[in-house]
Design a protein around this ligand. Structure first.
Ligand code: ACO
Length: 322
């Protein structure tokens, strides 16, 4: 039996930081409100001219170094992003060029905050089918470019960043299962309604920035993430106590705590980074994973449950032995 094993992780946050106190100068909000409702204290923002591919490159280089892999080892590149550098080529192709990787398949995946989970699910299928042996999987975003910085309902939530893993074929257990879902019926609750094909015209309902019905998204996220945890454990015939670490999408500390409660997982076994960088969409799960791997909390052989929920709606999980 061939497994997909995580060989190395990497993460990168742009240098520029935007604190809650700085946001108080921009919109009618307060550090106290943001911390209490979201758990976020700051977010990192890409400089003008710093793109998603720039962030992805740094995270990818760190993951490749941790895995001990060079550009010649990689035979699949997948980038999960909602904020690609340009219409085409894909950010994965741009990244391939930066890293000197030639000839292998490279493509982007767009599943918003669930993007990295989708990308890892696709890479796992490529590897188990024998179509790839060593894949670079990246979640990278410059969400700040699609946020209306005068809208207090949304601008306090998001930030920029990138996280990456190198995964390879192995006989030792790695990814145990991936569960991916979507339901486009909920499109109107969370979206950027404008786009390349429709055009951008806010007055005509085709704005270029994130629009969100926060309360409804919150309730759906809590319910759905609870369900995906049950589904994942049930599908694999394992119990809640078998999971060593929960690595949730970092959107809101209250959503994270609600899912942890459902798992009866003490918070010291839940990786939380949302306070440090807000919601970085597709980058949030790999950033959290990389943080806990590098600080020594996550150890080889432990069982990890990653989950995410985002626009679409999309949602999913990856259960793995690290
Ligand atoms: N500062 C101060 N007050 C604010 C702010 C702000 N930044 N934003 C909204 N408020 C006000 C509202 O206007 C409202 O005022 P009112 O009572 O006078 O009408 C009050 O605060 C309460 O607003 P609610 O929307 O009810 O606040 P809630 O407790 O639901 O928190 C939040 C809002 C944080 C957006 C929450 O709904 C949430 O996290 N939703 C999920 C959103 C999310 O994470 N989206 C990301 C993509 S999906 C995902 O990643 C899971």
């Amino acid at each position: 039996m061939k497994y997909t094993h995580i060989a190395g992780t990497g993460g990168f946050l742009p240098e520029k930081v935007l604190t809650n106190h700085q946001l108080e100068e921009m919109v009618d909000t307060s550090d106290e409100w943001i911390l209490e409702r979201t758990g976020i204290s700051k977010r990192h923002i890409a400089e003008d001219g710093q793109t998603t591919c720039d962030l992805a490159e740094q995270a990818a280089r760190r993951a490749m170094e941790a895995a001990g892999k060079g550009s010649y080892d990689i035979d699949l590149v997948i980038v999960a992003t909602t904020t690609p550098d340009q219409v085409f080529p894909s950010t994965a192709c741009l990244l391939q060029q930066r890293l000197g990787i030639h000839g292998c398949a490279a493509f982007d995946i767009q599943a918003v905050c669930t993007g990295f989970i989708y990308a890892l699910g696709v890479a796992d299928n490529f590897i188990r089918a024998g179509s790839a042996r060593c894949a670079l999987v990246v979640g990278a975003e410059t969400l700040s470019r699609i946020v209306d910085w005068s809208d207090r309902d949304t601008c306090v939530l998001f930030g920029d960043g990138a996280g990456a893993v190198v995964v390879e074929a192995s006989d030792e257990p790695g990814i145990i299962s991936t569960r991916l879902h979507a339901d486009g019926e909920y499109e109107s609750l969370l979206r950027v309604p404008g786009g390349i094909s429709k055009g951008f015209d806010k007055e005509a309902g085709m704005g270029a920035f994130v629009e969100m019905r926060g309360n409804e998204v919150f309730k759906m996220a809590v319910t759905t993430l609870g369900r995906i945890v049950d589904e994942t454990l049930g599908h694999n015939g394992i119990g809640k106590s078998d999971v060593d670490w929960l690595i949730p999408h970092q959107a809101n500390i209250r959503i994270i705590k609600a899912t942890a409660r459902k798992l009866r997982m003490p918070m010291d076994h839940v990786v939380v980074t949302v306070d440090e960088h807000g919601n970085t969409s597709a980058a949030s799960v790999p950033l959290a994973l990389d943080t806990a791997v590098r600080d020594g909390r996550i150890k080889r052989g432990e069982t990890l449950l990653m989950e995410a929920f985002g626009g679409g709606f999309t949602w999913g999980s990856v259960l793995l032995k690290y």
